[in-house]
Design a protein around this ligand. Sequence first.
Ligand code: HEC
Ligand code: HEC
Length: 340
Amino acid sequence: MRKNIIIVAIVSLVASYGLLLSCTQSDAGKSAQSDAGKTAPVKSELLSPIAFDSSAVPNTPFGKAVLYGRELMINTAYYIGPTGVNGRYLRNYMSCSNCHQNGGIKPHSFSLVFSQDEYPQYRAREGKVLSLSDRVNNCINRPMNGKSLPYDSKEMLAFLCYLKWINDQWEHDTRFKEKAAAPLQLTDTAASPQRGAVLFEANCSRCHGGEGQGLLNSQGRRYVYPPLWGDSSYQSGSSMHRVIKMAGWLKTNMPYDRVTPNTPFLTDQQALDLAAFVNDDRIHKRPVPKDGKDYPDVLTKPVDYGEGPYFDFFPQVQHKFGPYPPIIRYLKEKGLKPSY
Ligand code: HEC
Ligand code: HEC
């Protein structure tokens, strides 16, 4: 027992030394260093990783749909991408799993584990109640820049069967929803695309490419490293295009080979600066949504939504890049519930 404790102590010492080393080595964003201490803690008790056990899935029509649904999550474009073998719905080659990692079961990676519980749900962006199928199509339309799957298609049903299966596998915890993305400490420093550019070069371009273009696999139907901007990336109407939303995700997901859900690599300010750089439409073009007007009720618009009009008097650039706390305080004073 005692021996085990000593071994654990040594391992964690070595691990934290390694982390320290890798932080100092690649911490090119010296300007963001003063904010390093402000990184919000991640609630580790909520984050035990879970695994998908395909052998537990029954060999029935429902079970087959569950397994196809998981395939679709991970190899989306292979099946329904621009040259998909089972249909052509997406206009890019991204996979759902690029953002909802490990088929939507990785903690703090926009987990979909209990999404089935949440729908039908009123959605402020559309200003109406959406079913889970509508919500899946939202992601087909926006991040994947595609056209909606028919509700009765084999693919939509497979997504629904998979989402039901993962919803039923683990004990429900009402706090689980919180782990969609890691909490961030928002400060009165605005996110800076300039600082983000330096951080990108040092920590991200080695995989995503200097132009954020990503890297397709040799068959050209799936990304090894998905694109971050450009015509082949997510639309500007995607939630990923919002700076706070992306930063919370970056904190526990990127750089891909340096983080776990419990050990962020980037500080909160670095994550915000990177999200600002990637999502800065002045320097990075991406597809724009073709359909209707988002957030018909301006009172429900998220604080970090980059398009006006707004309820408050804060300029568009502050909504996009912060500082956010003054906006949040103002909305609270007016008795509103700020979302981000
Ligand atoms: C570019 C990143 C990206 C891609 C690719 C993507 N999504 Fe999403 N998805 C998001 C974000 C961001 C949210 C909002 C998460 C939040 O607000 O917590 C979301 C939300 C969802 C939700 C609602 C979750 C809930 O509980 O409310 C579902 C369901 C969903 N996505 C399914 C999919 C499916 C299926 C695919 C592939 C067809 C997909 N997504 C592709 C980024 C993405
Ligand atoms: C070691 C390679 C690697 C590095 C370094 C890396 N990423 Fe990624 N990134 C990936 C992979 C792989 C995925 C897709 C994950 C999956 O499919 O499970 C991804 C997905 C993403 C996504 C969501 C999908 C998309 O294309 O929009 C974003 C955003 C992202 N990375 C941003 C970054 C940023 C910012 C950095 C630097 C802090 C970074 N990444 C560093 C490998 C990397």
